[in-house]
Design a protein around this ligand. Structure first.
Ligand code: BMP
Length: 259
């Protein structure tokens, strides 16, 4: 098991939380001191919820204005101080040399895991990303079925295997997550049937991360009964007037289902 998974499981146990905070705060570009304000707000939200979440996920909303080795470093240091694992959500989706360069930067910057898109395949795609992650004991999480309605156009397509068997693309990706040694899979909470099917394939070996609770329409009880391990939650927490209260409520709702 990678250090990432050990760290995540330890946090989840100690904090009795299966919530990963998606810290996607944003401010209008060009607003006076927007970078300073953005960083201040992100650090405040993190400090409010740090006791009630198992990990943090960072996306383009913070990376682009703050910069990986610039403002973001303060947030990365905060997360590390709270002992929280950090996931880089830039959905790596390119050829080998670009993927490798990006993953080295994310890991050097202090991220514990990254999310990648299995559509690019192994050879010349994600092989080196897994190699870089393994060497540094970081994690790779694969997108298996996304949470938005159009996800069925890609992840939900029927595909014909070499032996002529027909399956769904996401079933193939769930199998690949096993054979490639992924540290997690993303399956939208909005798709409880897909969560259930992916859980049949990966079992307890690979945690299922489900975004889409709340604003996107996903329901905690449906997702967790189907096999979700961690909920990725953004706006329902950081847009709330009281992020701490929102995080506690979500964590407790999940615990009612999983206990
Ligand atoms: P929210 O709870 O505000 O809907 O945020 C969900 C988070 O999960 C966002 O960071 C989004 O980029 C991410 N996400 C998603 O919503 N669906 C997916 O299928 C994969 C994701 O990473």
């Amino acid at each position: 098991m990678s250090l990432f998974r050990e760290k995540l499981e330890k946090c989840a146990r100690e904090k009795e939380s299966r919530v990963i905070l998606a810290l996607d705060l944003s401010l209008p570009v060009g607003e006076k001191d927007f970078k300073k304000k953005l960083l201040k707000k992100a650090r405040w939200v993190l400090s409010e919820v740090s006791e009630y979440v198992a990990g943090i996920k960072v996306n383009f909303q913070l990376l682009l204005p703050l910069g990986l080795f610039d403002g973001l470093q303060l947030l990365i240091r905060d997360a590390s101080g709270y002992g929280l694992p950090l996931i880089a959500d830039f959905k790596l989706n390119d050829v080998e040399h670009t993927n490798e360069w990006a993953s080295r930067h994310f890991f050097d910057a202090g991220f514990d895991a990254l999310i990648a898109n299995p559509f690019v395949g192994w050879k010349g795609g994600l092989e080196t990303v897994f190699g870089v992650a393994k060497k540094s004991e970081r994690g790779v999480i694969l997108l298996v079925y996304m949470s938005h309605p159009g996800a069925n156009e890609g992840y939900g397509q029927r595909v014909v295997g070499e032996d002529g068997t027909i399956s769904f693309q996401y079933e193939v990706f769930a199998e690949r997550a096993k054979s490639w040694g992924a540290d997690g899979v993303v399956v939208g909470a909005t798709q409880p049937k897909m969560v259930e099917r992916v859980y049949q394939i990966v079992g307890r070996k690979i945690p299922i991360f489900s975004p889409g609770i709340g604003i996107q329409g996903g329901v905690i009880s449906e997702a967790f009964r189907a096999g979700t391990t961690y909920a990725i939650v953004g706006r329902s927490i950081y847009e709330s007037e009281d992020p701490r209260k929102a995080a506690v409520e979500i964590k407790e709702k999940i615990n009612e289902v999983v206990k």
